[in-house]
Design a protein around this ligand. Structure first.
Ligand code: F6R
Length: 361
């Protein structure tokens, strides 16, 4: 049932190229720079849309953070992303010109369903982005967009994160095209990057032995830090979440520029930093932060598509595929978390105190 893998999590990490192909299958029209998503949002509504609010928890929240940046960039619509358990529909916003997007793999997360209900009550149009056909979220939202990742058994979300990000990227193109904010040639570039993603993820998976070596080098560290900018910031948060939940080590993700505003005090030679250095992450600036931590003696591991990763103690190669590169970096961070946890003998598929689907608020 685990297809020869020791854990579901590892199997699901390796299923990502397939999951991604399923997510994008039949949806790309690269020639015309368009997508076909089978969601029927009225044309006038899309054009007059003023605001998108994304609600989600945990890993899905990190996917939402990526999506928010892409919605703003590709569709020029102001987008906020809110932790579902903190969500309140703000009075004074125009519900008719608002779209609330609930991102939930299971479609059953109580906090996310509660936010979705608040949005429904406000009169805003709602869209569920989910993996689970017929889930509560699909029944309660006005529209549903499936991520088509296939079943995920490991408690730690891996392939569903990749499929969420890919699907939400297609949604950003859909919105951008219908709002006439995204030209067809730029849209084609984004879609080419999405098309190249499964192959690039496979290249990262093929480099697993290198990740294992790095995990062996740093397994006994006091803590692990993850840094990134722009699209690299949610990936840093996600890398830290994955590591803490399955290894029980202290791991934190930071916006790279924030290091010097406090967290740098935590940095020692026994706290490695993992940095996201790809397209879409202002990597040149992040390299300055890499220098900051290195000058405190902290080793730095980069997930990098840069030509010159000279200063790094170790570098995982991200193929140059454009805007989707941060998602390839994320695959390396998943493998790193997995191997650190596995070296420690943790019960990876069922970490203590956690459940796959959190059905209480
Ligand atoms: C972390 C993880 C959780 C879920 C969160 C939301 O690996 O799996 O953080 O992402 O509980 O779950 P869904 O997406 O089902 O709403």
């Amino acid at each position: 049932e685990k297809g020869g893998y020791e854990h579901y999590m590892l199997k699901e990490i390796h299923e990502q190229p397939t999951a991604l192909r399923q997510a994008i299958s039949g949806r790309l029209d690269e020639l015309h720079g368009d997508v076909d998503l089978d969601i029927e949002l009225p044309e006038e509504y899309l054009q007059s849309l003023e605001e998108i609010q994304i609600v989600a928890c945990g890993t899905s929240y990190h996917a939402g953070m990526v999506a928010a940046q892409l919605f703003e960039e590709h569709a020029s619509v102001r987008t906020s992303v809110e932790i579902a358990s903190e969500y309140e529909f703000q009075g004074g916003r125009d519900p008719w010109r608002t779209l609330v997007v609930a991102v939930t793999q299971s479609g059953e997360t109580a906090d996310t369903l509660s936010a979705l209900r608040k949005a429904n009550r406000s009169g805003a149009r709602t869209l569920a982005v989910t993996n689970t056909v017929g889930s509560t979220a699909t029944r309660e939202a006005d529209h549903t967009l499936y991520i088509r990742a296939g079943p995920e058994i490991g408690v730690a979300a891996t392939k569903t994160f990749a499929s969420q990000v890919a699907t939400l990227t297609l949604l950003s193109v859909y919105l951008g095209r219908h709002r006439s904010e995204l030209g067809s040639s730029r849209a084609s570039d984004v879609l080419a990057s999405v098309r190249n993603l499964p192959g690039a993820v496979q290249q990262a998976l093929d480099a697993e032995s290198q990740v294992l070596e790095v995990a062996e080098t740093y397994v006994d560290s006091d803590a692990f830090f993850f840094i990134g900018r722009e699209l690299g910031y949610p990936v840093a948060l996600e890398g830290a979440l994955k590591l803490k939940e399955i290894s029980y080590d202290h791991a934190e993700g930071f916006a790279a520029g924030e290091l010097k505003h406090g967290p740098l005090a935590l940095v020692t030679p026994n706290t490695p930093t993992l940095a996201v250095l790809t397209e879409g992450t202002r990597s040149k600036e992040t390299l300055n932060n890499v220098k900051e931590v290195e000058s405190r003696g902290s080793p730095v591991v980069g997930c990098s598509s840069l030509e010159d990763g000279g200063l790094l103690d170790a570098a995982f190669d991200v193929p140059e595929i454009g805007v989707m590169e941060p998602l390839v970096a994320n695959v390396y961070l998943q493998l790193f978390a997995y191997h650190v946890a596995n070296l420690k003998g943790r019960p990876i598929d069922k970490p203590r105190n956690l459940a796959k689907s959190v059905t209480v608020e």
